[in-house]
Design a protein around this ligand. Structure first.
Ligand code: SF4
Length: 104
């Protein structure tokens, strides 16, 4: 996994100890709530079409977790998957947050 300053900064802000393995047993993880402090801080929405673009001008239509570098899922669909930004939680494949980085 490519580590860059943006990821490091976000991880530091969220109080985590850096990048961790994201291949969590998905059955043990719970869905990330939009109202959790970490999700709220990054403007996470389980449905990317509900992102308030006025508040998050870096959002562009079509961006979603399933196409993000941080997303790991067993199936490349809208199914939930893990995210390096939110360890121990599952994010929606149709979701989005301001840490979005298009997968290569
Ligand atoms: S957009 Fe990327 S960083 Fe943000 S919650 Fe989705 S997968 Fe994680």
């Amino acid at each position: 996994m490519k580590i860059n300053r943006r990821i490091f900064t976000i991880q530091s802000i969220l109080g985590t100890a850096g990048l961790v393995a994201v291949d969590l047993a998905q059955s043990e993880a719970s869905l990330l709530l939009e109202t959790s402090p970490q999700a709220s801080a990054l403007g996470y929405r389980a449905d990317a079409s509900k992102v308030e673009s006025a508040s998050f001008p870096n959002y562009a239509a079509g961006q979603k977790c399933a196409s993000c570098q941080m997303f790991r899922a067993k199936q490349p669909t809208a199914a939930p998957g893990s995210c390096a930004i939110f360890p121990g939680k599952l994010v929606s494949g149709e979701g989005w947050c301001s840490a979005y980085m298009k997968a290569a």
